[in-house]
Design a protein around this ligand. Sequence first.
Ligand code: PLP
Ligand code: COI
Length: 368
Amino acid sequence: MTFPAVDFALRPSANPLPAEQREAVLAAPGFGRHFTDHMVTIKWTTERGWHDAEVGPYAPLSLDPANMTLHYGQSIFEGLKAYRRPDDSVALFRPEANAARFQRSAARLAMPELPIDVFVDACANLVRQDLAWVPRGGEASLYLRPFMFATEVALGVKPASEYLFMVIASPAGAYFTGGVKPVSVWLSQEYVRAAPGGTGEAKCAGNYAASLLAQAEAAEHGCDQVVWLDAVERRWVEEMGGMNLCFVRACENGVPTLVTPALTGTLLPGITRDSLLRLAGDLGCRTEERRVSVAEWREGVADGTLTEVFACGTAAVVTPVGEVRSAEGGWTVAGGATGPVTTRLREALLDIQTGRAVDPYGWVYKVA
Ligand code: PLP
Ligand code: COI
């Protein structure tokens, strides 16, 4: 079945936040605490497909208590950033890649797939409408949160026949308070995030709900984040709560190797991860996507063959991992400092994202 192309209506907010208050928010935005004046909504029904696309005032939703999402959790999301560039233009980073992943997440949760161009237009239109909310300077950005959930009112367990797609936007400073200071991680040996055949490679709300107890355990052990191991052998490093992991192996003939866990189906295929693999190759590193065991991590750090470890994701960009803790003890990576390959990759990625450097890859999508 084909549906007509989606046109966006604009219904501007009657009471946007006054400029002075907005500037106060932008001066110290934190992460995910403040939202812009508008939001995108697009409805989907079995009969009409995607329809009623609108950029309208940011406002609370009213939900029926029998809304299927509240009971059975058909809910997926994305995260991407808009950066203000030195020439004052504003660009998204690889929005088509987020759109494609959103389609894969939808397919896994038996939800309808939003066309790539509609996803990208939805993000671009919201940024254009709330342009004044894109922070200036440094690494600050406007974080976009596209998401979709079931809106059918029914208690039968089945894919819903109605959905709402939305985009909201939130100005963002650093995800981890304290800037690029290395983070500490807790190896979760009791809980697992995703098993083969499960939803690990989908960006669905339930994956995050299932991670919270382990994240709390990490915090109890004084760690910033949890590291997930594979569900079967509890031996292979998968990813972190909201980031992928990369390891740097010492130089051979002056060439370091960037190693990152292979996409086995149980971890999220990060767009930052994918971008860094490309950048690392072009910056003269070897790259490997393969399984990495906890033993390789521990022994590599001990014998000096594994020199740096970092986390990467949209919210956190590139953040070094300085310390690892687990029930069996812990170890320090790179003396708890940020290594040179981590620094170089972080800079190279941010240079492209913020427009400080030319983008040879076609990753930057200008919206204004
Ligand atoms: N892994 C998980 C579980 C995530 O939530 C995220 C963030 O979206 C990532 C990895 C990194 O993905 P990306 O680089 O596309 O933001
Ligand atoms: C992101 O980096 O966009 C994430 O989704 C991580 C987290 C905020 C869930």
